[in-house]
Every structure is written in C-alpha cells, then in structure tokens.
Design a binder for this molecule. Structure first.
Ligand code: NDP
Ligand code: MG
Length: 390
C-alpha cells in the first residue's frame, strides 16, 4: 500500500488526484488531506478515503471541521502549522496542490521527511527554486513535476542526457483573451477572465492563464526545475492545448508530448512513476484533431511574459517578489478593485521598488527570507495599488 497525502485536496488538482486514488482504494492508504474553506468537501473525502488526518488552513473553521468529522475517527486540525504537521507525517507520496506561496512550507516539510513530492504548486519553485531542490537532495527525496508542461518535458527527457538539450518550448493556449483586441483587455471582467478555452482549473490559475502570468510562472519553473538557461526556454501560443511541451535536442530533433488537456495524465504519471499505468483519460483521434497550430506570443498583449524573463535574469529572491505581487494584484482584481491590465503594472512597479532596496533580492534563500520577502512584496503591492487609486 502506498501511503499518500494530498495538500490542497479540495481544489481542482486535489480532486483530480482523489479521482485517481479512489479508483483503486486498496492500493493507497491516505495519511492526510488538507483544504481551506471547503470544509464539507474536505470532511466528506476524508471520511470516504478513511484518511488519518484532515486539516483546514483556516483556524476559524476548526470547529466546523470537527463537527463535520464527528464520529468518523478522522483527526481534525487547523492552521498553517497543522498543514506543515500533516505534510511531515510519514508518507511515500505527497501531492503539493495548495494554490500560491502558502504551498511552500508544507511542500518543504514533505521533502524533509523523504517523501516523493508531486509538485503542482509551481509557486514553490518560483519563490524558492534552489531551496526546494536543495531540500530534496539533502533528504534523498524525489521531486516530480505535475504542471502539464513540465510533466511533458520530464517525459520527453526520459533516457536523454541534459547536455544534449538545446531548448525547451513551453506551450500555452493564450487564455481567454488571446483573440481580443488589445484595447479591450482593460475592460475585461472577472467572469470573462475566469473561463478557460480548454482546461478546467481553479479560478486563480484560470485568470493567470488569461493574463499569461501563469506562463510567466512556468518559464521560471522550467528554469529552476530543469536547470537550463533562460535563453534556452521558449513560449509558444498553441490554441488547441494538445501539445504540452517540446524539447529540442542538439541534433535538431524535437520531442513533443501530445495528449488531451486532462490533468489526470500528469497527476497519474507522477503517481505511478517510474511505471506507466492505464489512466482514465480520453484517447486523441488525430484525424479528428486534423491540425495543430502555433503562433508567437505578443509581448504587448502579455506583459507578464516580459516581467518573468526579467525575473529569470535577475534571479535571487526576485521570483518571490514577482509571485507575491502577482498574488496580491490578482486578489485585488478578483475583488473588483483593479482592472485586468493593472495587474502587470502593479507587479512591474513592485519589482522596480525592490531593486532600489539594496540587498533584499540578494539575501540568502532560506525559508525565513523567502517568507519575509513574500510579506514585504505583498505590502508593497498594496501600497502601489493604494497610490494608484488615490
Ligand atoms: P484551486 O483553487 O482549485 O485549489 C487550491 C487548494 O488550496 C484548495 O484545496 C484550497 O482549499 C487550498 N487553499 C487555498 N488557500 C490556501 C491557503 N492559504 N493555505 C492552504 N491551502 C489553501 O487550485 P488548483 O487546484 O487549480 O491549483 C493548485 C496548484 O496547482 C496551484 O499552484 C496551480 O498553479 C497548480 N496547477 C493547477 C493546474 C490545474 O489544472 N488546476 C494545472 C497546473 C498547475 P479550499 O478550496 O478548501 O478553500
Ligand atoms: Mg501548466
């Protein structure tokens, strides 16, 4: 029996992970499930999967969770410390699917106990790539990518030598607004930004797909995970979302990973790795697909890509600043306080202000420094937004 923990079990990735695990209940022992606001789902899944522990990130919801679990024998806990405690419980495989920088500390805790960490939480690598990789190495723990593009690259690299890799091409659908006139973007509504043409995902990553902040995070994730230079990483718009990534080798060969847009493929690959097992995803009918199209991304439409490139070049803690400012700007867009196009303006301004604060970006990459930088960048983002509003 494989002992598994799912961090962010109530979200889109978490639910897809549970879908796979629940198809073969005798193969898994569920150590812990975590969520935040969705107590009903967390409790129902914890009871159904006979989890040892259920944790909500929100301390104010502990009593609700206890009530929902009453008589089930599932232990209840709450708060950020309890999330880390859940991730520290001995497990063979931990899914990191909390959204945002909040996923970093629990992910590190899972690596510290030597578990294989299936990483959907790309923010961990963006904020603290070298720390995450060093923690995995120090504890002889395996880190497996779950982001569809990175799983695709990982699969294209099986049996290959990294020194033979010339470039990595990350595809992106272009999101909800890829065909909108650029002038219309500033009036884009929350509902419009929250619908994705191909993928069914959580709301935050869906909006990040429309702005391509998600692709920006993924560029940084690629650099950190695969250890390639920024100039070796390309992005291309691929509206069909069937080719997830392409690896180019020094002999000119391109290895593309092709499949339906269903996260259960990348999750299942990480769950069964190094084996390939049957997965309940659709099989592509290539004659019906007929054509695959690609086009270069327009950096005027997607300033997030330009900012992500600057962050890759800058290195240090600039990824933590970029991510935190983006999360805060996204909160404000969701709350209706800023416009869609303001998000990139706010992030750029926060990055600029950090450059003038000597030493901050170049501080050592420890969890404490990353956490402090994250807090400070959120404050700076709030300041920038307040100034712009006033
Ligand atoms: P969702 O918003 O659907 O789910 C997020 C999960 O995190 C939920 O379980 C939520 O709990 C929990 N959560 C929210 N806030 C906190 C917090 N402060 N502390 C702890 N837990 C919290 O997100 P997705 O599943 O879409 O994405 C999860 C991660 O996977 C993200 O990093 C995303 O970028 C990445 N990813 C997602 C893909 C997708 O297809 N969805 C594809 C590739 C990567 P609750 O719902 O109970 O409030
Ligand atoms: Mg992705």
């Amino acid at each position: 029996m494989k002992r598994v923990t799912i961090l962010g079990a109530t979200g889109s990735i978490g639910q897809n992970t549970i879908d796979l695990i629940a198809r073969d209940p005798d193969a898994y022992q569920v150590v812990a499930l975590t969520g935040s606001g969705n107590i009903a789902r967390l409790a129902a899944d914890a009871i159904r999967l006979r989890a040892g522990l259920a944790v909500t990130a929100d301390p104010a919801r502990l009593q609700d969770l206890r009530d929902a679990l009453a008589g089930s024998g599932v232990e209840a806990a709450a708060g950020p410390r309890a999330l880390v405690e859940a991730a520290s419980r001995p497990a063979d495989w931990v899914m990191s699917a909390i959204v945002g920088a909040a996923g970093l500390a629990p992910g590190l805790a899972a690596l510290e106990q030597g578990a294989t960490l299936a990483l959907a939480n790309k923010e961990s690598l963006v904020c603290a790539g070298s720390l995450v990789l060093a923690t995995a190495r120090a504890n002889d723990a395996r880190l497996l990518p779950v982001d569809s593009e990175h799983s695709a690259v990982f699969q294209a690299l099986v049996g290959e030598d990294m020194s033979a890799v010339e470039r990595i091409v990350i595809t992106g659908s272009g999101g909800a607004f890829r065909d909108w006139p650029i002038e219309a973007l500033e009036h884009a509504t929350l509902a419009e930004a929250s619908s994705h043409p191909n993928w069914d995902m959580g709301q935050r990553i869906t909006i990040d797909s429309a702005s391509m902040f998600n692709k920006g995070l993924e560029l940084i994730e690629t650099k950190e995970y695969f250890g390639v230079r920024p100039d070796q990483i390309e992005t291309i718009i691929h509206p069909e979302s069937l080719v997830h990534a392409i690896v180019g080798f020094r002999d000119g060969a391109l290895m593309a990973h092709v499949g339906p847009p269903d996260m259960r493929h990348a999750i299942g690959y990480a769950l069964h790795w190094p084996d390939r097992r049957h997965l309940p995803v659709a099989r592509l009918d290539l004659a019906q697909v007929a054509s695959l199209t690609f086009r270069a991304p327009d950096l005027t439409r997607y300033p997030a890509l330009r900012l992500a490139r600057a962050v890759m070049d800058r290195g240090g803690l600039s990824g933590a600043v970029f991510n935190a400012a983006k999360e805060r700007a996204l909160d404000a867009f969701i709350a209706g306080r800023i416009r869609f196009t303001d998000m990139a303006v706010v992030v750029e301004e926060v990055l600029t202000r950090f450059e003038s604060e000597a030493g901050l970006i170049d501080a050592a990459m420890t969890l404490d420094n990353v956490t402090q930088t994250d807090h400070l960048a959120r404050m700076r983002a709030d300041q920038v937004m307040a100034e712009r509003a006033g």
